[in-house]
Design a protein around this ligand. Sequence first.
Ligand SMILES: C[S@@+](CC[C@H](N)C(=O)[O-])C[C@H]1O[C@@H](n2cnc3c(N)ncnc32)[C@H](O)[C@@H]1O
Length: 236
Amino acid sequence: MTGNTKDQTLRWYGRRRGHKLRPGRRALMNTLLPRLRLELPPAGGTLDLAGAFESSVSDVWLEVGFGAGEHLAAQARARPDIGFIGCEPFVNGVAGLLSRIESEGLTNVRVFDDDARKLLPRLPEASISRIYALFTDPWPKKRHHRRRFISDETVGELARALADGGELRLASDHGGYVEWMLERVARHPDFSWPAPGKRDWTDPPADWVGTRYEHKAKKQGLKPVYLRFLRRPRNS
Ligand SMILES: C[S@@+](CC[C@H](N)C(=O)[O-])C[C@H]1O[C@@H](n2cnc3c(N)ncnc32)[C@H](O)[C@@H]1O
């Protein structure tokens, strides 16, 4: 976890750790993670993304809650011209991503191994061209709804960080959470939802890479919903 991101007002309710890490993955956490970790600047500052990647990148994309990292790694492999920031507090997931980065020789990924709500306000305005938050925990019980990643506050932060015309991609297999996300993003004035027909949310976008959780949901007979929003241009 990043050492300088302690924010006492944000509490993390998800899992931090699962089973004990294999020695190889533990070693990657000690050697590779410190090299790839995005450290937040002192309070009030914003990250310098221009110098964040090994070589120059045309755009920066962010994945919130990358789980085991298979989606992020596949995207990073497919788009070496893009710089990717992966955000995930679950240690075993981070170790999984590091293992893929190492075995596939990916050089365009940086990691924020903590809660995305700490990272979002530190991203420069209009600095990100695409944001994924796929199958973030639905917290189905009403008394847990405030733990959901999507809230009016995070939607505002996502809008601020996204560049004009940038995309926000959300997905879930939980009907209640889908409605919740739609309601919150749709009522934010900076987003539009170009989804004229049912297939726009029942089918994934053409360049979609499946996620582990999506695969599990489909095996259980659940039907994931895919939501793709566009950030409206600032001066329109
Ligand atoms: C159900 S898993 C889905 C993982 C992956 N996206 C997939 O589709 O297979 C949800 C993940 O979102 C992460 N997550 C939830 N809220 C988050 C937040 N505020 N910041 C970063 N990650 C978050 C959790 O730690 C968890 O790994």
